[in-house]
Design a protein around this ligand. Structure first.
Ligand code: OAD
Length: 236
């Protein structure tokens, strides 16, 4: 722990990749694992462009339910510790796969949301995007002012990641002296590939997770435990 603390204090640049495990202790369900959403629901029915085309109302009902869960969640000590780490660092980039915006709520600033945000709605006709935090949404599926169907501003399976954001994420991972991988099962690509990108760039890679993952064998340190418990200790 002491060695990692020192590494973080002295690092010329830090990049962090977070996943659903960071928000688990805020009460936001993860996707995989015993209580994961993908145990109860089929990703193919809810999180693909084809599913949305087939049944936009069903897809929106699921997102509306998740928006309602997330609206009650508050950042936990893992989110807060990462915001503090950013304040103390020279160059800091937070890359998150989470769509809940809890990193923003905790005070993180330089955030790359590679899977979008659940609070953004985007028109499938005119392409316009806006934030809509209403819970529940008054009409499902919601419509744009132009009459087009709105979709959640998230990335679905089979879709590319937002181009400008993804390039910045790759650059931050490659340029990082220290790369933290926190609360992600590291099975969803291309995001999981950032771990290798950071290694190729020469970063020290530290993983924090309650269990080992496919990347655990490739990292410099694997800290087993909850992010909300371990991250504040690394900042102490
Ligand atoms: P997963 O649900 O796949 O993985 C969550 C990870 O967090 C697991 O490895 C858990 O062991 C770990 N975990 C759980 N509680 C934790 C805690 N308190 N502290 C630390 N770790 C904990 O979530 P992601 O890796 O984020 O994509 O999933 C990646 C993507 O797959 C998501 O962004 C989503 C999903 O399908 C899309 O919807 C496109």
């Amino acid at each position: 722990m002491d060695a990692i603390r020192q590494l973080l204090r002295e690092a010329r640049s830090i990049a962090v990749l977070t996943g659903a495990g960071v928000s688990a202790e805020s009460g936001v369900p993860t996707f995989r694992g015993a209580d994961g959403l993908w145990k109860q629901y089929r990703a193919l029915d809810l999180a693909t462009p084809e599913a949305f085309e087939r049944d936009p109302k069903l897809v929106w009902e699921w997102y509306d339910w998740r928006r309602s869960l997330i609206s009650k969640a508050r950042p936990n000590s893992a989110h807060l510790a990462l915001a503090e780490l950013e304040r103390q660092s020279r160059h800091f980039t937070l890359i998150t796969q989470n769509v809940d915006d809890l990193h923003d709520d905790a005070g993180s600033r330089n955030i790359l949301k590679v899977h979008g945000s659940i609070w953004i709605v985007r028109c499938t006709e005119c392409g316009r995007e806006r934030t809509d935090r209403r819970v529940p949404l008054p009409e499902l599926p919601p419509k744009c002012d132009c009459g087009g169907l709105l979709r959640p501003g998230v990335v679905w399976f089979g879709e590319s990641l937002p181009a400008g954001i993804w390039e910045k994420a790759e650059e931050a991972a490659h340029d990082a002296a220290v790369f933290l991988v926190i609360g992600t099962s590291a099975v969803v690509y291309p995001s999981a590939g950032l771990v290798q990108t950071s290694r190729r760039g020469g970063a020290k890679v530290i993983e924090i997770n309650v269990e080992t993952t496919p990347v655990s064998g490739t990292v410099d340190e694997c800290l087993l435990g909850s992010a909300a418990e371990l991250l504040p200790r690394l900042m102490a």
